[in-house]
Write a protein that binds this ligand. Structure first.
Ligand SMILES: [Cu+2]
Length: 133
């Protein structure tokens, strides 16, 4: 009797698929909307001097007179300029380690505010502002 020894090569399909999920955690391009109460806006520049405001990139407020409290605790000079379709409607002083207040009149609609120092607006210090009825 011949014993048939069958050696079955076990093929392990090397089909281990590695799925790499690239997630951008903490990406500064988040589109969170800050809904702010009433008719005042505390606008704080990044305390470490990064060219950004701590509001996110879209801010929604009530139309009317908006009282802005602009705070810059960093040593990097910043300001804030409010624009309505390219027309400047409000502008703070350029400050570092200080704060400034200003008021802007907002009809319902869309505005923008940004820092006018160097290239700060281009690299992120620019915010879309929505004034609601
Ligand atoms: Cu700036």
């Amino acid at each position: 009797m011949a014993a048939a020894i069958v050696i079955a090569p076990v093929l392990i399909a090397g089909a281990a698929a590695f799925v790499i999920l690239k997630t951008d955690v903490g990406n500064s391009g988040s589109e969170s909307v800050s809904e702010l109460p009433g008719d005042s806006l505390t606008l704080r520049a990044d305390p470490n001097g990064a060219p950004k405001y701590e509001t996110g990139y879209v801010v929604s407020v009530k139309a009317g007179t908006l009282d802005v409290n602009f705070i810059n605790d960093s040593f990097i000079r910043h300001d804030v300029v409010f624009e309505d379709m390219g027309d400047v409607i409000g502008r703070s002083k350029v400050i570092a380690g200080s704060s400034d207040r200003l008021s802007v009149e907002l009809e319902p609609g869309n505005y923008e505010f940004y820092c006018s120092i160097a290239d700060h607006a281009d690299v992120g210090m620019s915010v879309f502002l929505i004034a609601n009825d």
